[in-house]
Design a protein around this ligand. Structure first.
Ligand code: ATP
Length: 396
């Protein structure tokens, strides 16, 4: 479809960035980035119509658009600056003028490849900076010496790609990276962007290598001077993969669990500082910050909990991601209780509802919740108890 529209519109179109890298590596990637030398937004509209896409989001200011084809496919369309030269004849070749510039702004050679997907040279790899060679040699290499100084987020991105693909950071690149860290450029980093990179790193299958780099080059220290990667954390991070499989129906957010593991040994006020630094939403904080602070208390309470209602009461207000951390810390019996809660107790529907209370004459009041909770707890503890038995108890 891209080729067809490019032909109609007579524009040069390239697939760029991560998708080209992953095609060469033979790894699936669902985010397609394309660059149009021409009118990116108009191209995106044509693409949406041609593919019968669900939605399009346009950013006029940046001349970009996102075509959401369906839930599995998203195409980002950008416009590469088309330059107008006053004396075109004085330039030997402006054929690749704007795409070259676009590629030059990228972070690493492995991400600076373009694949032409228009009618002229469909399938031709456009490789200005030896990206193909570096992918073959499994090396992360910057495009110019000031790369990390220009954008320190690239420091974290280097670790991310090195870890995910098990690539090495090329020697000179590592030297420039080290210089940038030693000269304090991490202080200039933008935290929202770090947050994004962290989400991706921590959600990847094996984040350990990246985290070792992040520790070695003081990135973790920059988040909080007391974050240290311990053996216990590494073990927990490793165990996350199998937890994900065991509890797959819960659709746990792996990056959140890994993020919370990094905070395992910190005190409450230190955790708070980090949540502030990353500007997490109130909702997010309510769900995770509170839970992570309370988790040791919850674990000791859980050890003593025998009755179903006690297990329920201990775990009910804790998000599943935090429950997994308690699970990792817990011994066999606590683990069984957590499993019982997740797969059984948390799914039980209360026999007595608010409507039942109203029907026997209760008015909505603060007491209401307590009565319903008592009824549910009794239901959890006495297997086979009926609604009538519970109601007769309430009516007393
Ligand atoms: P992933 O598969 O994890 O999404 P990706 O390479 O697509 O990897 P993105 O963060 O989505 O990574 O970035 C898309 C492209 O944009 C990259 O391939 C890279 O060329 C470019 N890019 C992203 N961040 C930067 C940056 N900080 N500096 C320069 N180029 C960047």
């Amino acid at each position: 479809a891209i080729e067809k529209i490019a032909k109609k519109r007579k524009e040069k179109v390239y697939m760029v960035g991560g998708i080209v890298r992953d095609i060469i590596l033979g790894i699936p990637n669902k985010d397609i980035d394309i660059v149009v030398e021409g009118e990116g937004i108009a191209f995106a509209w044509d693409l949406k119509n041609e593919l019968n896409g669900e939605k399009i989001v346009v950013h006029e200011k940046f001349k970009t658009a996102v075509v959401i084809v369906d839930k599995d496919l998203k195409i980002d369309v950008a416009t590469s600056r088309v330059e107008y030269y006053e004396y075109p004849t004085s330039l030997p070749s402006v054929d690749y003028g704007s795409i070259r510039e676009d590629m030059y702004r990228r972070d690493f050679t492995i991400n600076s490849l373009a694949l032409e997907v228009d009618y002229q040279k469909f399938g031709e790899l456009v490789d200005f900076f030896n990206g193909y060679r570096d992918i073959q040699n499994r090396e992360i290499r910057i495009l110019h010496n000031f790369s990390f100084v220009e954008d320190p987020t690239r420091i974290i991105r280097a670790f991310r790609f090195a870890s995910r693909y098990d690539f090495k950071i090329e020697e000179e690149t590592e030297r420039f990276l080290k210089d940038a860290v030693e000269n304090g450029f991490l202080k200039k980093i933008s935290w929202p962007r770090v947050k994004n990179e962290f989400k991706i790193i921590l959600g990847d299958k094996n984040p350990e290598k990246a985290l070792n780099f992040l520790e070695k080059y003081d990135v973790l220290k920059n988040i909080h001077h007391n974050i240290k990667l311990t053996e216990k954390m590494k073990k927990h991070l490793e165990e996350l993969n199998s937890l994900g499989e065991m509890f797959s129906q819960l659709k746990l957010k792996k990056w959140i669990m890994a993020f919370l593991i990094l905070m395992e040994d910190l005190k409450s006020d230190e955790i708070e500082l980090i949540f502030n630094k990353f500007s997490f939403s109130q909702d997010f904080r309510k769900k995770y910050e509170f839970g992570i602070k309370k988790r040791s208390e919850a674990l000791s309470k859980l050890k003593k909990a025998d009755k179903n209602s006690e297990i329920y009461d201990t775990l009910n207000e804790i998000s599943f991601e935090v429950l997994m951390l308690i699970y990792l810390e817990g011994k066999k019996s606590s683990r069984e209780k957590i499993r019982k809660f997740i797969f059984d107790l948390s799914k039980i529907k209360p026999l007595v509802t608010g409507a039942d209370l109203i029907s026997v004459g209760y008015k909505p009041s603060p007491e209401f919740r307590k009565i319903l909770e008592d009824a549910l707890y009794r239901q959890l503890d006495y297997k086979g108890i009926t609604k009538e038995q519970l109601m007769s108890n309430i009516n007393k």
